[in-house]
Design a protein around this ligand. Structure first.
Ligand code: FES
Length: 504
């Protein structure tokens, strides 16, 4: 299979690398923020603005995780959500959901304006469109429900996309931006006056004491009154967030489009086979068109190349655009459709988390920062109760039972995979599970015929990893940890790499 786009996020490719130091000595601050994505960066910023000293600690580089691989739509129209929210949570909570997401977009816009950040922030309408009668009925229901909640949505019969639709819901005055430009600009304002940014510093655990202790892989610690964990899925298992959410992977391709041909708003289709569409102005004055979609549960599909292929074909056949970029990402989907923002457990008084953004993480990241900074500062927040992380959890919904059963099935069933294989059967460019002297091995043979073997047992909670062809990585189907072919962590919640294994 020949893919055209380069395998890198446009957001990362179009920004300079960052180079903050690694934490090497013990330090003390008011608040430690673990995770340098959008939620972490904005949380640290709001707290520093309020007079706190902060340490922002990132395992990789600022804005290179999920926040650097998104479509970066700032929206309160999350495909179709409001009819479901009213059904599951009632009118008032659904209203607060819309209100809080719109407030988060306004807060981000305010931050961009006051800090004079050049991050291609643009106000745009956002559409969810249907292309058949079934989708149309859902769109119309969403319009009715969202309008009853006071949201400024409208039904429209057509949009400026080059194919027919049956109808769409439109929310005006939403926004899009360049997320990494924004995150780098905010991160640059943090160091100094007792505050710090650290990169390439992996946090392995947090002791919720008075004060808290954040312990890093290299042994250095950060002592802090409060700790905020914004690592997509919390690195601490004790809150059981891995059982309240499931990891969903999705794909994006991008290429330059003639400005006269470019769609003017943001769009997403209805249903599982959706396409997510937006443009972005590039620094060389052209327009980048991005199309996302092809979502699936992490580790449930090895033929991920084919998903990129379908998106590249769509970009070319629908818009006449040659793919230049391709990248993928993943997010934790909350079973009750609300993110978890608050204390780690009822027993934790100073450790906070934000997770379960369910593929709409831009506004929710800023919302998390607003809620958690208010909590730490002792301020009332109108949405804190709605999103409280320790709220009763729907372990018994159809979806949660199914997904957690899948985890159990994978934990047991995947142990029997590769039982009769040997590494000889691994072809160049291929990754395969094999059994060697009773151990489950993840084996990858590179294009130079060199074999790379690591333990196939995920160090998080012991599931067996699965091969991801498009990303040349080992992905855990249970809670979304991902590893390189050398076993290095690419994505948590795991905080330890896959063990090295030698097949002699
Ligand atoms: Fe939880 Fe692998 S991510 S077992």
């Amino acid at each position: 299979m020949v893919l055209t786009g380069r395998p890198i996020s446009y957001w990362i490719d179009s920004t300079l690398p960052s180079s903050y130091p690694t934490l090497s000595t013990d330090i003390a601050v008011d608040v430690a923020v673990v995770g340098g994505g959008l939620a972490g960066v904005v949380t640290a910023k709001l707290l520093k603005q309020a007079g706190k000293t902060v340490a922002l600690i990132e395992a990789d580089r600022i804005g290179c995780g999920v926040s650097g691989h998104t479509t970066a739509k700032l929206s309160a129209l999350h495909q179709l959500i409001y009819a479901d929210l009213v059904d599951e949570h009632g009118q008032e909570k659904a209203r607060l959901y819309g209100e809080s997401n719109r407030a988060a977009i306004a807060r981000l816009a305010d931050l961009i304006a006051t800090e004079a950040i050049d991050c291609n922030f643009e106000r745009k309408a956002n559409y969810t469109f249907a292309t058949d009668e079934d989708g149309l009925a859902k769109v119309k229901a969403e319009v009715e429900v969202s309008q009853a909640l006071g949201l400024p949505t409208r039904f429209v019969e057509s949009v400026d996309l080059p194919f027919a639709i049956t109808g769409a819901i439109m929310m005006p005055d939403e926004a899009q931006f360049h997320p990494r430009k924004f995150m780098l600009a905010i991160a640059a304002t943090l160091p100094g006056d007792g505050s710090h940014v650290f990169e390439q510093t992996r946090v392995t655990t947090v002791d919720d004491e008075s004060p808290c202790r954040v312990i890093t892989e290299g042994g250095a610690t950060v002592t802090a009154q409060d700790v905020v964990i914004t690592t997509n899925l919390p690195i601490l298992d004790i809150g059981l967030y891995f059982a309240k959410t499931y990891p969903q992977r999705s794909y994006i391709v991008g290429g330059r489009i003639e400005a006269t041909q470019a769609p003017q708003a943001m769009y997403i289709g209805v249903g599982q086979n959706y396409r997510s569409i937006r443009t972005a102005p590039t620094d060389d004055g052209s327009t980048m068109l991005m199309v996302g979609g092809e979502g699936h549960k992490v580790g449930s599909d090895e033929a991920t190349d084919e998903r990129f292929q379908r998106l590249e074909n769509y970009l070319q056949s629908t818009f006449g655009v040659t793919p230049e970029y391709r990248w993928s990402t993943q997010d934790m989907v909350s079973f009750d459709k609300l993110p978890y923002i608050g204390t780690l457990t009822p027993a934790h008084r100073h450790t906070y988390v934000a997770t379960g953004f369910s593929l709409w993480g831009m506004a929710k990241s800023v919302l998390s920062a607003m809620v958690l900074s208010d909590r730490i500062l002792g301020l009332e927040n109108p949405w804190a109760d709605l999103y409280e992380a320790t709220r009763p959890t729907p372990f018994v919904t159809t979806t949660s039972i199914q997904k957690n059963l899948e985890v159990g099935t994978r934990w047991v069933g995947d142990r029997f995979k590769g039982l009769f294989d040997s590494t000889d059967s691994v072809a160049p460019g291929e990754g395969k599970l094999v059994t060697h002297k009773g151990s489950k091995i993840a084996a990858y043979r590179d294009e130079h015929n060199q074999l790379h073997t690591v333990s196939a047992v995920c160090p998080h909670l012991g599931c067996i990893v699965a091969w991801n062809e498009a990303e040349t990585s080992w992905d855990c189907p249970c809670h979304g940890s991902r590893f390189s072919t050398e076993g290095k962590i690419l994505h948590g919640p795991a905080v330890k790499p896959l063990d090295a294994k030698v097949c002699d």
